[in-house]
Design a protein. Sequence first.
Length: 744
Amino acid sequence: MRQGEKILALILAVVLAFYPGVPFQMSAAETETEALAGIQVIDGEFCSYSEDAELDEEKTSELREAAQEESDITPLLKLIGQPNDKEYFGQGCWFGKSGKETGEDGTWYYDNFVVYVYETKDVTYYMGASALETQQSDFQSMLETVVESEAGLVSDPEAKLKTLFQYVEDEYSYARKLGFKPYDGWQQDYAAEMLSDMAGSCYHYAALYGFLAKEATDYEVRICVGTTDGFSATSWQPHAWTEVELEGKWFVFDTNLDKYEADSALKFYKLDTESDLYEELYKAEDIYEVSLEIKSEDAEEAETEPQSESLTSDKMESETEAESDGEAESETETEPETATELAVNEEGENVLTLDNRTGLAFTEAHLAGDVMTLVDEEGEEHTFSEVEKEDIRSPHLVVYGSFLAIKYTSAKTGKAGRLTEEGDEIVFDVPQTMTVISTAYVRSGAGLDCDKITVADKGSSIKVIAESGKWFKISLKDGREGYISKVAVIVEENLSAAENTQEGQETETETEPVPELVVVEEDGNYYRYLRFTPAEDTIVKIDGELCYVMAGGALSEGWKVLGDKLYYSDAEGRLKRSGMYEGIRFGRDGAALNSTDTRLKIKVLQILNSITDDTMTQRDKLSACWRYVTRGNISYAGKYPDLNAEGWQRAMALDVLSSGSGNCYGFACAFAALAEGIGYSPEVVCGRVSGSRDGAADGMTRHSWVMINGYHYDPEAQWAGWCAGIYGYGSYPVAHSVQKTVEF
């Protein structure tokens, strides 16, 4: 059902429910539901049940009268209480009663249902409700929403494929998956996990793009599982990718390889399967057709063989001969193991059922308090702590590196969760080289409460020597050891772990960082001083000068944030002190004095460090800034600046980037601040456009956008959708007048 149809159906339901003279009747869904005591949401309507599961018609009518769409939610809150958790998607409300769809702004989670809202500055409006299970399992609706929001304005089918390809690359990050075993319906499960977690393995990338491509076009789509040497020319790794049939030929659409292979530049978008490059990069072993006949959660769970097209025996033989001697056989060459159910007992009663996707057999599974213990067929115990059985929905047991993990959906929040088994640290017999895919802290131990000892930069290589649950243990270049989250790295070679612990393992000696003698030139004079190599960024005194020294000892020119302080250092690391620079005043200690400009600079640097890196061009960085402002980080709020006040544009930018809300002036100033941070000189345009919001007789209303080098950018129009795509326009494409233009 499309959005317009949903609105019509909802309006009709409300009219029928409250039309005078129509007797109250329970729906078939209500009569067939074994309702629990308390408030329920069935088919989008509130119901109240007594302790003996009898419908309380008076309370139900009271609930439904309070739950009127696009009305203040306060009366309803008095009846249903405060939510357990809230989540906002940054779409916001352009202005009151704008026709926003259910769930486009906020979702409030209760024990067994969710309530959808949108917020203005003063009022929170009720938009609808649904049962929690329905909201979480509506995979088809999630697909439709993504395709509509990302490619709804694109008419050409092949252009849709490219738009969605770039969307998956840009918006989803990597999370490793070891021991992949196909089972009936794995493609839908992996695609749904990717949508929920916003991160996944190559199998997740292939599955999600496959379903999006199928939803957006009439093309035949398939998912290929096999191996690739695209990540490393010296070894073949298990891999999955998507293929689409265009005009009778199959083409590769590999979002995962295109994202992480160096300088790929869409090399793996629409790659001909009959090309030499395809033959060099891919070995397909199983092929799965993508169908939009979505698997039902209530379907019978009898497992079947995956429907796949096996390669011919001649091709398999030729590929096997081409592999190097001694190379391990791929797991996918063997008959795939199917998923099995694993019942977890508490005091003899079955309290949880795990979907076992590990390929391992277990003889016992029990829960005692909040500790779950699984015993495999070899007698080894696998322990999970802090288990809340009431919060766990749809749990499945998976392999997570050398450990086991339980992935599930939280009944409290509706979000994805993960429990990782406890156990001794496992040391690799051979250190593994991995690449950091997301800048992350290296900590002194395997936990977020452990001290930060340095930072691993995105794109850098690290030496992994062990793993412990959710963490990898790494060897640093200075001889120390630390821990980094698994989700921040990607393996460069197949992961192998030692069977034993650290006994007999040689370790490098920890030494203090050794200062390095450096010679620098200044105004024709040469100076020598010791450069220190600290584990993290710090301020040190070198030859009487306060200097900013980065982790590892690098000295660089530019703005730096350390803790809550702002600094500026020259090429030799020396701090600006007791003076002004670019409108910011510094104290004797080199830290910038507190001011709007200082706080704005800190905020901009923090955001830019999270969305850009040194490999990006200035134009790429501007595009990243645009996505940050227009895709969910800022919601709408009616904040109007005094356009005659000094520095209003910078104060507005600080407010919006800090609070995450603002109107057209706020969107414009936030984008201008980020653009200035990457080296542009933006201007904020204040004017009027066609609209009735101000109630002016001329049919115009206040509005603001940005100009950079004579080109127009309107982030609020993009976000709200009333005129999307004004990005780098030579002329502003909306009827307008300009009141003033101010340099940011």
